[in-house]
Design a protein around this ligand. Structure first.
Ligand SMILES: [Zn+2]
Length: 350
């Protein structure tokens, strides 16, 4: 068995900060300059007014609340804007089309939508994890982020529920949502397949099975055929089963081992696609629950932009153990996690 390696200190600080929700204050500094304006098109006055009318109507019906800076959903939207800054931005006075901070309703409307203007309405029932502000649980946050990504994609594609999108537009929104998710370090495009909707034959959205197929195809394509998930949800890398079973351990997480494994597979595929998949860019550090004695019980494995290990580029997986202890101090279950963590790091060298 491989000896357990301690990680660089910088990685501890960086991941700890991300996990605790210290969202970069640099969102606005990252807004694109006018040279990128060819992505943009103006909102007609009529469309803007229609959007405003709809917001007014729903404000009255559903008590819509625009989300403030620092709130869980605004932070989620900030992450999308920060990492998709060529396509998404707030009103900076430079662009003629922009997205508004999201509106939330707790009324039981049962859907999310984008108005013909620039407003996205989200339904609280779609954000069961994010609204509880569980920052450290990447799987759950990514699971919630897929709804926002889908609506942001409708915004980009100029779809709206003033004219209900057809199945072709819904397919395209899902496809573009996967790209928006792939660009954010802590979100994985696998989330599209992890979100199980109640199916209705009149619903123009892709079915759960179609969404899973889209995700599996994207994993294969983006990883250049290196990463594959089989029908049982096991992961293969260059044709070899990952670990002993092909799964990340479920542990105490309620996300499930198949969900965690799919999340990881998509993150690795994104890294390969972008040329980031390198052994010396991967490091780990504490993610949450730092106790008074300085110990923690969750370790996050991330892929960084460079060897200073300060800026995570992709969160790969989280594990339930304190990565500063010696291997011999772990329970057998924790030892299994350490082995899986090392197994992921090893894949990047292959
Ligand atoms: Zn849609």
């Amino acid at each position: 068995m491989r000896k357990y390696q301690p990680k660089p200190l910088a990685a501890l600080l960086a991941v700890g900060c991300l996990a605790l929700g210290c969202v970069s204050a640099a969102s606005y500094a990252l807004l694109p300059q006018a040279a990128e304006a060819n992505y943009l098109w103006p909102i007609s006055e009529r469309d803007a007014r229609r959007g405003e009318d709809l917001i007014k109507e729903y404000s009255w019906k559903c008590r819509l609340v625009q989300q403030e800076d620092g709130s869980p959903l605004k932070r989620m939207q900030d992450r999308f804007v920060e990492y998709n800054s060529k396509r998404l931005h707030y009103n900076d006075g430079k662009h003629s089309r922009w997205i508004e901070p999201v509106y939330l309703t707790k009324a039981n409307i049962g859907f999310a939508g984008v108005t013909k203007g620039n407003c996205i309405i989200l339904y609280a029932g779609d954000f069961e994890y994010a609204l509880q502000d569980k920052q450290a649980n990447f799987i759950d946050n990514s699971h919630d982020a897929v709804t926002m990504a889908h609506e942001l994609a409708h915004f980009l594609n100029k779809d709206s529920y003033n004219n209900r999108p057809n199945s072709k537009q819904e397919y395209r929104a899902d496809y573009d949502a996967m790209e928006l998710l792939a660009n954010v370090p802590e979100y994985s495009f696998a989330s599209l397949a992890l979100r199980q909707q109640v199916e209705d034959p009149d619903d123009p959205h892709p079915t759960n099975a179609q969404r899973r197929q889209m995700v599996l195809e994207k994993i294969a394509k983006d990883s250049k055929g290196r990463v594959r998930i089989d029908e049982e949800g096991r992961m293969y890398y260059r044709g070899e089963l990952f670990g002993n079973e092909g799964y990340l351990d479920d542990g105490p997480s309620y996300a499930g081992k198949k969900a965690k494994t799919l999340f990881l597979a998509a993150q690795i595929a994104t890294a390969i696609k972008n040329g980031w998949w390198k052994r010396d860019l991967i490091a780990h550090g504490p993610a949450s629950n730092v106790f008074e004695d300085g110990r923690h019980d969750r370790t996050v494995l991330a892929l960084y932009t460079d060897k200073t290990y300060t800026t995570p580029r992709k969160i790969l997986a989280s594990f339930q153990f304190d990565d500063r202890l010696n291997y011999s101090q772990y329970t057998p279950r924790e030892q299994q996690d350490v082995q899986l963590l090392n197994a992921i790091m090893d894949l990047a060298g292959k």
